[in-house]
Design a protein around this ligand. Structure first.
Ligand code: PGA
Length: 262
């Protein structure tokens, strides 16, 4: 049995250290994850030093640079994340691709840096727009080929042994909430198609056994109401949660739901 993952991506939130401590404290005090559920929070890097990971919640970075040290203004290394208590790092998030110009080659270097530093690397992939329509204008069940390209490029040069520490998350950009209500949610069926596709690709790149072991998550407007459907009907091993991870009650509820579903 694979573990389930509830990974909170706080993005550039909250605005102060005090609020970050408050959110962390609320989740830490009240979370009751079951043995099969891994809970991770990825706060902005500046808060990492004041938040202490514990048995219930692990810490993750939202990004890392590929070099170990040196003249790279604004960057932090994977080893620095590890030193601050992180067990995880997200690499390739669509917001990094969009606002910071990260391409597949940069993401590949970051994936390898994270793995070499001993972190579990959460590789985010997903198409920008939903463009697979049939002649009647209905969505087909096909996944945009860019998802496969992103995964193959991200994993170039990653050995079978290193791949054991990967977590893949399918995040269609069109389903990620950007704080407005105009986004469309993915369906559990969309998620299931992506999960199967990703496992097939991992099987081709590595082995079937590895493909069955690597957790495959979904991310994009997940909350306590839709989580179960993504886990059960979408067969995702967990979720990467953005805005809902900033509300302690909501995040706690998601942990409970994942525990009950595992
Ligand atoms: P969201 O973000 O849950 O706010 O849609 C998910 C993500 O971007 O990782």
């Amino acid at each position: 049995m694979r573990n389930r993952y509830i990974i909170g991506n706080w993005k550039m939130n909250p605005e102060t250290t005090a609020k970050a401590q408050e959110l962390w404290g609320a989740v830490t005090n009240f979370a009751r994850p079951s043995a099969g559920v891994r809970v991770v929070a990825c706060p902005p890097h500046v808060y990492l030093g004041v938040l202490t990971p514990n048995k219930k919640i692990a810490l993750g970075g939202q990004d890392c640079f590929w070099e170990k040290k040196g003249a790279y203004t604004g960057a932090i290394s994977a080893a620095m994340l590890k030193e601050l208590g992180c067990g995880y790092v997200i690499v390739g998030h669509s917001e990094r691709r969009e606002f910071f110009g990260e391409d597949d080659a940069a993401i590949n270097k970051k994936v390898k840096a994270g793995l070499s530093a001993g972190l579990q690397v959460v590789v985010a992939i997903g198409e920008k727009i939903r463009n697979t329509f049939d002649e009647q204008g209905r969505h087909t069940n096909e996944l945009d080929p860019i998802v496969g390209t992103q995964l193959v490029e991200a994993l170039k040069g990653v050995s079978l042994k290193q791949a054991e520490n990967l977590i893949i998350t399918y995040e269609p950009v069109w389903a990620i909430s950007k704080g407005n209500s105009s986004h469309v949610s993915a369906t559990p069926n969309d998620v299931m198609i992506a999960v199967i596709f990703i496992r097939k690709l991992l099987s081709n790149l590595y082995s079937r056994a590895l493909a069955e072991r690597v957790p495959v998550l979904y991310g994009g407007s997940t909350n306590s109401k839709n989580l179960k459907s993504f886990l059960v009907d979408g067969s995702a091993d967990g979720v990467l949660v953005g805005s809902a991870s900033l509300k302690a009650d909501e995040f706690l509820e998601m942990i409970t739901i994942a525990s009950e579903a595992s």
